[in-house]
Design a binder for this molecule. Structure first.
Ligand code: AMP
Ligand code: TRP
Length: 344
């Protein structure tokens, strides 16, 4: 069966959005708007899998929403909302908890990293997180999911869940007139020069919201001076930039900065090295500062303006949730019929 093409992605409202989120995810969200119907979700239910201060969570939810809008996501043509406003996410996640196998979840590296050594003390939600993520995507029967490299494994699990649901319930799916398969197997969209942006302090560690050092990341709300300072202080090695992309493989910090430049400029790494190969880092960093400030400055300024008006942000989320619910209800009614739940 041919599925309607649809994009879904989510971002957690936990701390500051940074350059990794921007280049790995949000830039793609913006570009995909011209090609597909898109649903972009602030996943507050995912956020509480680790403790979130309830006085802080609404602010963080509005800030991610503001970032979406400031980057150029159109909430009228597409759908922007926060997850907890559409109950179908939790409902479908439960069904998927009964489809996914313990063995599948036990392999998830993000759980292992986030739970750390004290696994007994991690929340059940953190463990079941990938089921909820599969539900987010499949509640809208989305076919394409733009994410950073770190989410690849979760996308594979989503496909496994969709496949197993389609197989386990095959007779019921056909019996209810839904054809051969009810859920699509969604495709991850992980492309471009910055699918994994690394820490500015350590080129072997992912840039992350939770890194203790603010110098490890560029936040979307950083002002020009802060951006400049962070890039100037970014770790490098003592050699000039290579002319050949292959030489970046053994130089993680250089690779990262070149990747960031390429992504911000919409160019390839090879193209950037064509211009800067042989240059010292001081010259390259100066160019990177100019480019970063030019690209990120206006976004940060717009975000600051938008968050001053929480009532407007909340109205965007309410409107998006209402439109998301229409699609979600349709899927959930079908899922209930397929599974054998009585409904009126
Ligand atoms: P999160 O902040 O974990 O909700 O991530 C939101 C999106 O940003 C997801 O698609 C991630 O894959 C992506 N992302 C997060 N950190 C990075 C990074 N350092 N490099 C590239 N993409 C990232
Ligand atoms: N797990 C993703 C992250 O941490 C966020 C997310 C939740 C998501 N649900 C999603 C991403 C659905 C894509 C599709 O970055």
């Amino acid at each position: 069966m041919a599925f309607k093409q649809r994009v879904f992605s989510g971002v957690q409202p936990t701390g500051n959005l940074h350059l990794g989120n921007y280049l790995g995810a949000v830039v793609k969200f913006v570009a995909l708007q011209d090609l597909y119907d898109c649903i972009y979700c602030v996943v507050d239910m995912h956020a509480i899998t680790v403790w979130q201060d309830p006085t802080e969570l609404p602010r963080a939810t509005r800030e991610v929403t503001a970032a979406f809008l400031a980057c150029g996501i159109d909430p009228k043509k597409h759908i922007v909302f926060n997850q907890s406003q559409v109950t179908g996410h939790a409902e479908l996640a439960w069904v998927f908890n009964c489809v996914a196998r313990l063995g599948w979840l036990n392999r998830m590296t993000q759980f292992k990293e986030k739970a750390g050594k004290d696994r007994e003390n991690a929340s059940v939600g953190l463990y079941a997180y990938p089921s909820l993520m599969a539900a987010d995507i499949l509640l809208y029967r989305a076919t394409h999911v733009p994410v950073g490299e770190d989410q690849k494994q979760h996308l594979e699990l989503t496909r496994d869940v969709a496949q197993k649901f389609n197989n386990d319930y095959a007779a019921s799916i056909t019996g209810h007139g839904f054809g051969e398969a009810f859920f699509p197997l969604p495709e991850p969209l992980i492309q471009g020069p910055a699918t994994r942006v690394m820490s500015l302090r350590d080129g072997t560690k992912k840039m992350s919201k939770s890194d203790a050092s603010d110098y490890s990341r560029i936040n979307l709300t950083d002002d020009a001076d802060t951006i400049a300072q962070k890039i100037r202080k970014a770790k490098t090695d003592p050699h000039p930039l290579p002319a050949d992309e292959k030489e970046l493989a053994a130089r993680p910090e250089a690779d990262n900065l070149v990747g960031i430049y390429a992504a911000l400029a919409g160019r390839t790494r090879a193209d950037v090295l064509g211009e800067f190969g042989g240059a010292q880092f001081s010259a390259f960093k100066a160019a990177l500062v100019d480019l970063s400030v030019a690209k990120l400055g206006p976004i940060g300024a717009e975000m600051k303006k938008l968050v001053q008006d929480p009532a407007y942000i909340d109205s965007v989320l309410a409107d998006g949730a209402e439109r998301a619910r229409v699609i979600a209800d349709e899927t959930m009614n079908a899922v209930k019929d397929i599974v054998g739940f009585i409904r009126h």
